[in-house]
Design a binder for this molecule. Structure first.
Ligand SMILES: [Fe+2]
Ligand SMILES: [Fe+2]
Length: 158
């Protein structure tokens, strides 16, 4: 395959890697904020879970950034950042744990969609290393979603 053809084939996977990198960093920002602002006895478990996930999501961003570098690309800086997580802003009522749970589930759904698209794009581009990374990250996000779906079930049963 000619060199520039390979580069063209990679475009979609690279764009998705850059998008995922910024999405992970927005997730870190909002999980951190919500882990700080929530109040109440019932918020403690959610705050603890968010604190654990912050480290995981930051790790995701780092792995994606390293993969971009391996592909001779530069991970984006803040000038390329556009906020998307409207439903993960700190709630007006700091005891509204359920609104944060709903926001987390939505953010995890978005990440799942991005990594599914990345699996397909990387396979299409014949890039098994990026595909393998996307599969791993997809599994992590599905686990996060399952955890917060469990929290939501508990809150809805009250
Ligand atoms: Fe993540
Ligand atoms: Fe996640």
């Amino acid at each position: 395959m000619p060199e520039n053809e390979q580069a063209t084939d990679n475009d979609e996977a690279i764009e998705l890697l850059k998008k995922a990198y910024l999405d992970e960093l927005e997730t870190v920002m909002n999980y951190l904020t919500n882990s700080i602002v929530l109040d109440g006895v019932r918020a403690e478990e959610i705050k603890g879970s968010l604190q654990e996930d912050i480290q995981e999501e930051l790790g995701h961003a780092e792995q994606i950034g390293q993969r971009l570098k391996q592909l001779d690309e530069v991970p984006p800086g803040s000038a390329d950042f556009q906020a998307n997580q409207a439903n993960l802003q700190p709630p007006e009522d700091s005891t509204s744990v359920i609104s944060v749970i709903e926001g987390v589930i939505e953010a995890e759904e978005d990440a799942i969609e991005t990594y599914r698209a990345l699996v397909d794009a990387a396979e299409e581009a014949n890039d098994p290393v990026t595909e393998d990374l996307a599969v791993t990250l997809l599994g992590d996000e599905e686990a996060h979603r399952a955890e917060f779906r469990g929290f939501r079930k508990e809150y809805k049963n009250d």
